[in-house]
Design a protein around this ligand. Structure first.
Ligand SMILES: Cc1ncc(COP(=O)(O)O)c(C=O)c1O
Length: 363
């Protein structure tokens, strides 16, 4: 049988990073211990012990936490709430995570991509955008740490400035942070939620990258005034979330497995990131530039003069899957044409070296 294609396309963990046997044991244990309640309808905001734990970690009341069926489901709720309150444009980083861009386009939002560099979103560009138009935007969607797709992290100074600008303009911000805990090195910066206090900033994260994506458990920390309507949206969409996976996550945490497993995941991903950086240095040298992430799943490759969609088509033929840059910008913007997102989360270091070598030979 031929080897499966080498995938740098999906932001998914390698299957060997998912602690399946132990999670199965957690599932069995909670199903036995909790009995029917874990298979019944329940509060729309999620499984209470996990909700309390999240609330304590963020120093907020449990009412402000809503556990969602993954972070993306929560994004759908948040965008719908904000766009109902304040229709119009949504500000995003350019590039940004492709799935929310599709959700926003479907919801009829005007998507404005703001420029970013190695220090993350450019706050001056944000201020200029806010001052250039009289209509207030609906919200700013930002992934400040180990951004999808670029792997970049917003610097501390820029975080402070961003919060100042948000206060000046009463700008609602959605801070999406599924990768922050997957840090290999360097200092952890303060979150926008911590800096702003949580009246304009809504914070979201997920257990997809810290436990397993299949538990489909994410969460939102909402401003006090917005938590109830967000939860009501969850209730009127799926009545109540699936409690079994949420209880599995809680059991995992209660057994003291969260931090040690995360440490293991960090080590594995660091080796994959290093393999990709080394292969890029060998195969691309002066012909390209790339980001240097201190954590997360992705890096961003800028290939001057190369048509990235055409390269992706050639790579597919050769057995390497990549996503070219235009997918991460608003449709029709013409941006990202010579860039590529590379995920190092899925393949082994050996296959990463092989795949990057192949890409370099195809450019
Ligand atoms: C930035 C970002 N936000 C949200 C998600 C959604 O994750 P999930 O729905 O699995 O929690 C992802 C997944 O890759 C992501 O990269």
């Amino acid at each position: 049988m031929p080897a499966p294609p080498i995938s740098f396309a999906r932001g998914a963990p390698a299957l060997e990073l998912i602690p399946a046997a132990e999670l199965a044991d957690c599932a069995h244990e909670v199903a036995k211990r909790e009995g029917a309640s874990v298979f019944a309808y329940g509060p729309g905001g999620g499984y209470a012990p996990l909700r309390d734990w999240i609330a304590e970690r963020h120093g907020v009341s449990a009412e402000r936490v809503v556990i969602t069926v993954g972070g993306l489901q929560g994004f759908v709720f948040y965008a719908a709430e904000q766009l109902a309150r304040q229709p119009g444009r949504v500000l995003v980083e350019g590039p940004s995570y492709d799935r929310p861009l599709k959700v926003l386009a479907r919801d009829g939002a005007e998507i404005v991509a703001l420029p970013m560099d190695d220090e993350g979103l450019d706050p001056d560009a944000l201020a200029a955008e806010l001052e250039s138009r009289p209509d207030a935007p609906s919200f700013l969607y930002t992934i400040p740490t180990f951004q999808n797709p670029s792997g970049r992290t917003l610097s501390n100074d820029r975080r402070v400035r961003l919060v100042e600008i948000a206060r000046e303009h009463s700008l609602a911000i959605l801070e999406d942070d599924p990768y922050g805990l997957v840090r290999f090195e360097g200092e952890t910066p303060a979150s926008l939620l911590e800096l702003e206090g949580g009246s304009l900033v809504t914070y979201t994260s997920s257990f997809s990258k810290t436990v397993a994506p299949g538990v489909r458990t994410g969460y939102f920390v909402l401003p006090e005034a917005e938590a109830a309507s967000f939860e009501e949206r969850a209730v009127s969409t799926y009545i109540s979330p699936p409690f079994l996976p949420e209880a599995i996550v809680w059991e995992w945490i209660s057994r003291g497995r969260f931090e040690p497993n995360l440490e293991h995941v960090r080590g594995e991903l660091r080796a994959r990131r290093d393999a990709m950086l080394a292969a890029l240095a060998e195969g691309f040298s002066e012909a390209a530039t790339w980001s240097n992430p201190e954590g997360g799943y992705f890096l961003w490759l800028d290939l001057a003069e190369v048509d990235a969609p055409a390269l992706a088509a050639r790579a597919e033929q050769a057995g390497v899957a990549i996503i070219p840059g235009p997918a991460f910008f608003p449709r029709g913007s013409g941006l990202g044409a010579s860039s590529v997102r590379l995920a190092y989360s899925y393949e082994t270091p050996e296959r990463i070296a092989e795949g990057v070598g192949l890409l370099a030979s195809l450019r």
